[in-house]
Write a protein that binds this ligand. Structure first.
Ligand code: PRP
Length: 181
């Protein structure tokens, strides 16, 4: 099968993603040039974004990974966040930036920010490629946002449906018949 056959329309092209990443990388390089921050990539969706973003930065950053789940088996976030893989390093006294592919209900990041405050991080900021504001439940504002997206089923460039479509080079809207079946 061809992944692209399941896509209704392209929302953000590969070229647009490249431009967004360049702008975010420049802002982050400026803001963190002397801070040696820890970029915490929240698996798995943010991996493609992280790797493209940091390659455009010319300031030191450390990269760490966390895996959390708040969806259970359903398509809607449950708010019940579980840590599947934790960090291997201490964040006490460090400047942390969470790298996310999408903020949806905001419940994942609300949980993570509270957690990292108890771990005594010096600062905790959010950098998300996509912001689905319409769906927000938790009171979370991202510090760095690539672009906002409508409340549609978006996949590609890290984002999946049932673990598929992550390797599309663009963000697209999935055809409803794909997830309604
Ligand atoms: C997605 C996304 C965020 C979270 C956002 O991850 O990467 O971590 O959901 O949702 P929220 O704002 O409603 O809490 P997902 O659980 O789908 O895992 P994945 O990145 O491994 O696909």
């Amino acid at each position: 099968m061809k992944l692209s056959d399941d896509i209704e329309r392209v929302l953000i092209s590969a070229e647009e993603l490249e431009q967004i990443n360049g702008e975010l990388a420049q802002q982050l390089s400026n803001d963190y040039k002397d801070k040696n921050p820890i970029f915490v990539c929240v698996l798995k969706g943010a991996v493609l974004f992280l790797t493209d973003l940091v390659r455009k930065m010319d300031s030191p950053v450390e990269i760490e990974f966390m895996d959390v789940s708040s969806y259970g088996d359903g398509m809607e976030s449950s708010g019940d966040v579980k840590i599947l893989k934790d960090l291997d390093v201490s964040v006490a006294g460090r400047d942390v930036v969470f790298i996310e592919d999408i903020v949806d209900t905001g419940q994942t990041l609300k949980y993570l920010i509270e957690l990292f405050k108890t771990r005594k991080a010096k600062s905790v900021k959010i950098c998300t490629l996509l912001d689905k504001k319409e769906n927000r439940v938790a009171n979370i504002n991202s510090d760095y946002v690539g672009t906002t997206v409508p409340n549609e089923f978006v996949v590609g460039y890290g984002l999946d449906f049932a673990e598929k479509y992550r390797n599309l080079p663009y963000i697209g809207v999935l055809k409803p018949e794909v997830y309604e079946n």
